[in-house]
Ligand binder design. Structure first.
Ligand SMILES: CC(C)(COP(=O)(O)OP(=O)(O)OC[C@H]1O[C@@H](n2cnc3c(N)ncnc32)[C@H](O)[C@@H]1OP(=O)(O)O)[C@@H](O)C(=O)NCCC(=O)NCCS
Length: 174
């Protein structure tokens, strides 16, 4: 499955809100721990993406989409608005693929695109957290991320139970 990966500019976001809301609502509905409890309403999903739009406009985040034909199939962001003593690193956040299109390499392609831009910007470290033992952790390990450690009971899955989070990092450009 060949996806087209492209950056999403702040002024492109509004036309993508419905598709982004679908991805987020479906992802939360399947239990993923991406910051929300299920069920997630369209209004709350929209408020989240509007907040991301403000962060893009402020230059605090960068965002990518993955398209299969005309379908927005996945998305990822990096946080570049870091404190003055952490300008060398980014957080990789909100990696999501439409459930029906998972397993085809979209998550890996989005992660690699975000890393490539981070490296181009001179960043040397990517940090993320993900539910310990989930498919995302395997994906990140395959892409060269190191597990720094696991924090128990870090956040609730969207279905409710507390889950452990694995902190991970990858050095860039070396
Ligand atoms: C994590 C996630 C983004 C991966 O997206 P993806 O497009 O399926 O990514 P890839 O296809 O590159 O890799 C998925 C992995 O799951 C495997 N897989 C196979 N079939 C799959 C399926 N039907 N569904 C999910 N994963 C599948 C792939 O083989 C691959 O395994 P590997 O890394 O051991 O090789 C996606 O599962 C998702 O949106 N999860 C919910 C949100 C989430 O947890 N995000 C991470 C937050 S840090």
């Amino acid at each position: 499955m060949d996806a087209r990966i492209a950056p999403i500019a702040p002024d492109q976001l509004p036309e993508l809100y419905p598709a982004l809301c679908d991805i987020l609502i479906e992802t939360v509905g399947l239990g993923a721990s991406v910051g929300f409890l299920a069920p997630l309403s369209f209004e709350d999903a929209l408020a989240f993406w509007r907040g991301c739009g403000r962060a893009l406009e402020a230059g605090d985040r960068l965002m990518w989409g993955a398209w299969i034909g005309e379908t927005l199939a996945g998305t990822v962001q990096i946080v570049v608005g870091m404190p003055g003593n952490q300008q060398h690193r980014v957080d990789l956040v909100k990696l999501m693929t439409l459930p029906r299109l998972r397993g085809g390499g979209i998550g890996a392609a989005l992660t690699l695109a975000a890393e490539a831009e981070a490296a181009r910007l001179g960043k040397t470290l990517v940090v993320l957290d993900t539910v310990a033992g989930n498919p995302a952790q395997r994906l990140y390990e395959r892409l060269g991320y190191t597990a720094a450690g696991v924090i128990p009971d870090y956040a609730r899955s969207s279905a409710g139970p507390l889950e452990p989070t694995c902190l991970m990092y990858k050095r860039l450009g070396g």
